[in-house]
Design a protein around this ligand. Sequence first.
Ligand SMILES: Nc1ncnc2c1ncn2[C@@H]1O[C@H](COP(=O)(O)OP(=O)(O)O)[C@@H](O)[C@H]1O
Ligand SMILES: [Mg+2]
Length: 271
Amino acid sequence: MLDIENLRVEYRPKGFRRPPFVAVDDVSLAIAEGETLGLVGESGSGKTTIGRALLGLAPVSGGRITFEDTDISHLNRRERRVISRDIQVVFQDPYSSLNPSMTVGDILSEPLRVQGVGGREAQARIASLLDQVGLPQDAVRRLPREFSGGQRQRVGIARALALSPRLIVCDEPVSALDLTTQARVLDLFLDIQEQTGVAYLFISHDLDVVRHISHRIAVLYRSRLVEMGDAIELTDMPRHPYTKRLLASSPVLDPDKQAARREERQRLSYV
Ligand SMILES: Nc1ncnc2c1ncn2[C@@H]1O[C@H](COP(=O)(O)OP(=O)(O)O)[C@@H](O)[C@H]1O
Ligand SMILES: [Mg+2]
């Protein structure tokens, strides 16, 4: 469904003759219908930039992004609006990504209105979206601040689902949540995929989170992919030293596992 070929994203710094900064370098990956591809890597490795390039928010300096055989690397605003029915996004911080002065009802109406859906049809759609993400119906009249972090993220997910997209870019969508809430929201992502067949590009710095939700995992290191494969295989038998380090540094709750990870981390710091 989605094909990213040799993607390169350069940022041009201000100032005469300063070389461009390469945030993403020669990245190729594909996502099939209904699949979750986890994208993992440390802070600054270029994860968000890949997601933004996909959404038309970062410049594609080289390579190509195709969605269902349509080149979407360089769309104009009208073409982008059309494709935004199919490709949506959930951000990390549910608070800053939701307008604090809009009710949840207004927040969910907005994407529908942009695509020309209003009135009764919109109301019915919003009611079913709230159901789908496990929020009460009276949420429509309430403001984001009246909700907990996990519930706010459910609002963000409902907004992304409003137009029945085929692919959702999830950029660290559980990173701001406590561990129990993380687990619940991850389960919600899984349920939604089962019901709708939506695909996810699931971005996280936490390999444990990504392993839980992904079919396949791609590992990004300093703007390049270093390893990609089946989620279980890659985390059970990581090949690249960076993946091993990442695995050793992701937090686990089980104290025995924790101790084993700590030893592993010490061993790997000499690699
Ligand atoms: N708009 C921008 N202009 C210049 N540099 C940027 C911009 N956005 C991101 N970068 C740089 O690109 C690199 C990758 O950033 P990002 O994709 O946000 O990484 P990640 O999401 O993996 O933490 C970082 O070094 C960051 O500073
Ligand atoms: Mg990021």
